[in-house]
Design a protein around this ligand. Structure first.
Ligand SMILES: [Zn+2]
Ligand SMILES: [Zn+2]
Length: 82
């Protein structure tokens, strides 16, 4: 499976079998609302080693309510979250 950002410079490739098993998470905390600009964030997580990223990305790390560090990436040109 291939995903790409709105402007097309940032791409992610994920094997089909891994794509089917990704952990789906829906969250409506304030951080997810601010990150997405919508009432909730809908995310799918994959093991980092299974994802091939190409293009330029920027990361933002914050401390989650759990106390763990949480890093989200996004395209620096069009802002699409990755
Ligand atoms: Zn982009
Ligand atoms: Zn959240």
């Amino acid at each position: 499976m291939e995903a790409r950002c709105q402007c097309g410079q940032l791409r992610a490739e994920i094997p089909e079998d891994v794509a089917r098993l990704g952990a789906r998470v829906m969250c409506h905390c304030k951080a997810c609302q601010r990150r997405t600009g919508s009432p909730f964030g809908l995310m799918v997580y994959f093991p980092r080693e299974d994802v091939i990223l190409s293009g330029e990305s920027t990361e933002y790390t914050r401390i989650a309510d759990s106390g763990n560090e949480l890093t989200h990436g996004f395209c620096p040109t069009c802002g699409t979250p990755f």
